[in-house]
Ligand binder design. Structure first.
Ligand code: NIG
Ligand code: FE
Length: 439
């Protein structure tokens, strides 16, 4: 029987295999900062760490996940076996605005010298300037740029990418952005999951009649986007300068009526009551959360809303207030992390850097940060076939050239990703690791 095993049977033997089958009790304990052994043990339980582990890949799903010593010797002898450093589930970037045109390096420098994000927005820059650039771009150009960004994300370890619209702000322009995502999807080595974000800001044309815009989102954009199958999620930017909690709730409920899963940009610049809306409508996630209240944290825990934290925004906007990651974790909320890749508030695609910022800004441990870009990011997208390594789950893997996973956030910019497997196929491999066939 084994002599017929196809040649593309691959086994990765990992110094550290991080299954991310997290032990909830460990997460609910506070990390013991001064007891290194206890801290390492707590992190190992969060990562589902197996030292000298193995995964067997043949086809799109995982065949075996466990200790190298438990893998059938016949499979070892009939497969390509590659020894690697760390193996984690494929990284999931669950909140991005990756389909955009133009650049906002000018406002980055203005902000660094004291200009405020909302002042630039209200003067017609910020999101409005990206809207102008997107409206000037053709769909194919947007798709081509997105494809390039996806290849870069593959090299950075990403196997699943969420992409939002929100820089069109008319029915046709929002649909153009989502069509660009659909056009890019078959060309890239990752899964793309599109989100409709027509309620990103009120377009300047509607400044004096914002309710007309909200009604257009509800009555025209959502039905058309849903009918064409162009998005899986509906998102709203609920904050000062954007949409109110009441407007956000009405939009998200309209999305639900059309089969779109609600998510929300919540309480980034002020306490706008957005996390409360997320809990009330049963959103998959509430994202940002710099100004979330303790009551809203409790409501999110009860309603199973994932918290998606975006620490690059703190760096880019010099936001003094950090999302209360430790309080969220202690309350039993699943905390995910994402790049928020966009030209205004987070010009990065690097989840490794995001892990660093989560450790330094939020006091998260390396295991918590890894859980946040794997299992919990998949939960934020309601994708239960990935995010953890177990037999039968998707064969999406990120392979890291490190001795120990605590090195990943420790050395930002080093690019530790040595390989990526997506749906059982090798999507990226560095020459440092040989893929010789010994079958
Ligand atoms: O997630 N907060 C709202 N939306 C984006 C920023 C978009 C932009 O500035 O272009 C965000 O930070
Ligand atoms: Fe965002």
């Amino acid at each position: 029987m084994f002599s017929q095993m196809p040649q593309n049977s691959l086994v990765l033997r990992a110094r550290q295999l991080l299954t991310m089958q997290a032990d909830t009790d460990a997460l609910l304990q506070a990390p013991p900062a001064h007891d290194l052994d206890a801290l390492r043990q707590r992190d190992a339980r969060i990562c589902g760490l197996i030292e000298d582990g193995a995964v067997h890949i043949q086809g799109p799903n995982l065949r075996f996940v466990g200790a190298w010593s438990d893998l059938d010797p016949k499979i070892k002898s009939r497969s390509t076996v590659v020894e690697v450093g760390c193996v984690t589930p494929g990284w999931v970037d669950c909140h991005t605005h990756s389909v955009f045109a133009g650049s906002r390096h000018m406002e980055f420098t203005q902000r660094n010298l004291g200009a405020q994000y909302l002042d630039i927005l209200n003067a017609g820059g910020g999101i409005h300037s990206t809207v102008n650039a997107v409206r000037r771009s053709g769909r194919r150009a947007l798709a081509a740029t997105l494809i390039g960004r996806c290849f870069e994300a593959t090299r950075l370890g990403v196997t699943t990418l969420e992409v939002k619209s929100g820089y069109g702000l008319t029915t046709d322009e929002e649909i153009k952005q989502l069509r660009a995502v659909a056009e890019a999807a078959p060309e890239v080595l990752m899964e793309l999951h599109p989100t409709f974000l027509g309620a990103h800001v009120v377009p300047r044309k509607y400044a004096d009649r914002r309710d007309d815009y909200v009604q257009m989102v509800i009555q025209e954009m959502i039905p058309k986007v849903a009918e064409r199958g162009l998005a899986r999620y509906c998102d709203v930017f609920c904050d000062t300068g954007a949409f109110t909690a009441a407007e956000a709730e009405a939009i998200l409920r309209a999305g639900i009526d059309h089969g779109l899963i609600p998510r929300i940009h919540a309480d980034e610049l002020s306490h706008a009551g957005a996390a409360e809306v997320a809990a009330a409508v049963g959103a998959a996630s509430a994202d940002h959360l710099e100004y979330v209240s303790p009551e809203a944290i409790a409501a999110m825990a009860k309603a199973n809303v994932v918290a998606v934290l975006l620490p690059m925004v703190n760096l880019f906007l010099k936001l003094p207030q950090h999302a209360p990651a430790r309080d969220l974790i202690a309350a039993g909320v699943d905390v995910a992390l994402s790049t928020d890749f966009n030209p205004g508030t987070g010009m990065t695609q690097d989840l490794g850097l995001i892990m660093t910022l989560a450790c330094t800004h939020y006091g998260m441990t390396p295991a918590e940060a890894l859980l946040a870009i794997t299992r919990n990011a998949a939960r934020a997208l309601r994708l239960d076939d990935r995010g953890v390594l177990a037999k039968g789950k998707r064969a999406d893997l990120t392979i890291l050239d490190v001795e120990d996973y605590w090195e990943i956030p420790y050395f930002p910019g080093r690019r530790p990703v040595a390989g990526v497997v997506w749906g059982g196929d090798v999507a990226y491999w560095t020459s440092a690791q040989e893929l010789d066939d010994n079958a």
